[in-house]
Design a protein around this ligand. Structure first.
Ligand code: FMN
Length: 390
């Protein structure tokens, strides 16, 4: 039997590329326009350095922390990602991995699995919403999340409906009908293991969004749900405060770059925010999330929990983000590569890789726990940070 364990996220990504049909892999690579933001999310972490100690180090190191009222075993959450045609169980397998490793997960409202099937796996689930549909519809979605046992809400605000990519976008069918299957057949035949994982369940990827369904109605297709969102007038800050008032519990706003927006998130009464650019899938040319983090953490870190997502691929990236003011990070593509490479065990493998990397960095920096990290633990080159605060 081949050893399916992988030692870095980059190895998992290479396996994912070999295993997934071209279109599915391309949908995860994503990015928008020229891909400037997606690549800066990665490059910016490489610009940050460490200055390690060699003696007087901590023999025992603790990664436990609390985020949004949840105690988690390490400062990493699984960020919500939509429509995972990576494998049939999708987000349910991700939830099992989160439960087994003691972390929390965000579940996208565009996920392929219903909320109830995911919360049944006993990981802390944060249900993610977009500002989409009428207020009544959004309240119904919150009620469903409450009934299903979600422990918190993520409101993702950074989306501007960009459509083009210089490297081309994968074709996503409205429905998996005969015509779509014939068109995608060459890709499926080229990836027999992935195809077999679906064939043996008797289903093809449905590309529906069960968490966007109205009560008693069938799940809308991805494009049906996307259309509702596209037609919804963008949220005002008063709308954000209203939605927050409808949820009695932890509430995160995801997608913040600017300090003035971060302050509005505090005013709206949110308990957390994520400095994020949707993994480089929103407005291309926005600098990496990690560049905005120090200014946002300085401005509002005492008032809300500040998280970061975008470009985290290693434990040392997590440590850099914590040193610059994040309470925890969220990962997106990293766990999707793990999921593609080896299902639930692959997501666990990614979390173990990150845990090992965080531990090494804590050891070398002479820190006994993640709460001890400070800005002095990283070398920040001149001109690294970005901030807009009119
Ligand atoms: C394929 C894909 C789908 C995503 N879908 C969602 C989504 O439905 N909701 C959301 O809030 N963010 C979504 N995101 C953004 C992630 O939650 C996260 O912000 C991003 O992936 C972090 O960057 P990273 O992939 O470099 O870790 C998606 C990202 C990817 C790559």
């Amino acid at each position: 039997m081949t050893n399916k364990w992988f030692e870095t996220v980059a190895v998992a990504q290479r396996r994912a590329e070999r295993r997934l049909p071209r279109s599915v892999y391309a949908a995860i690579i994503a990015g928008s326009e020229r891909g400037l933001t997606a690549s800066d999310n990665l490059a910016a972490f490489d610009e940050l350095g460490f200055a390690p100690h060699v003696a007087g180090l901590a023999h025992q190191r603790d990664q436990t922390t609390t985020v949004l009222g949840q105690t988690i075993s390490m400062p990493v959450l699984l960020s919500p990602t939509g429509v995972q045609a990576v494998l049939p169980e999708g987000e349910v397998a991700v939830a099992r991995a989160a439960a087994s490793r003691g972390v929390a997960m965000g579940l996208s409202s565009f996920s392929s699995q219903p909320l109830e099937a995911v919360t049944a796996e006993n990981a802390p689930v944060l249900f993610q919403l977009y500002w989409s549909g009428s207020r009544e519809t959004m309240v119904r979605r919150l009620e469903r999340a409450r009934a299903a046992g979600a422990v918190g809400i993520i409101l993702t605000l950074d989306w501007s409906f960009a459509t083009g990519r210089d490297w081309g976008s994968p074709w996503i069918p409205e429905r998996m009908d005969l015509r779509a299957m014939l068109r995608l057949a060459p890709e499926a035949i080229a990836r027999p293991r992935w195809t077999w994982s679906y064939l043996k369940t008797g289903h093809v990827p449905e590309l529906t969004t069960p968490n966007m369904a109205e009560p008693g109605a069938a799940a809308p297709t991805f494009f049906g749900a996307y259309g509702e969102w596209l037609q919804s007038a963008p949220a005002s800050w008063a709308d954000v405060a209203w939605l927050r008032s409808q949820w009695d519990g932890p509430f995160m706003v995801k997608g913040i770059s600017r300090v003035d927006d971060a302050k509005r998130v505090v005013d709206a009464g949110a308990s957390a925010l994520s400095v994020s650019n949707h993994g480089g899938n929103n407005l291309d040319g926005t600098p990496a999330a990690i560049r905005w983090l120090p200014a946002v953490a300085d401005a509002v870190g005492a008032d809300v929990e500040v998280l970061l997502d975008g470009g985290v691929r290693r434990g040392s990236d997590v440590v850099k983000a914590l040193a610059l003011g994040a309470r925890a990070v969220m990962i997106g593509r990293a766990y999707l590569w793990g999921l593609a490479a080896n299902g639930q065990a692959g997501v666990e493998n990614v979390l173990d890789v990150l845990r090992g990397g965080i531990d090494s960095a804590l050891l070398a920096l002479g820190r006994a726990n993640v709460g001890e990290l400070t800005r002095a633990d990283v070398i920040v080159p001149p001109g690294f940070t970005r901030s807009v605060n009119p």
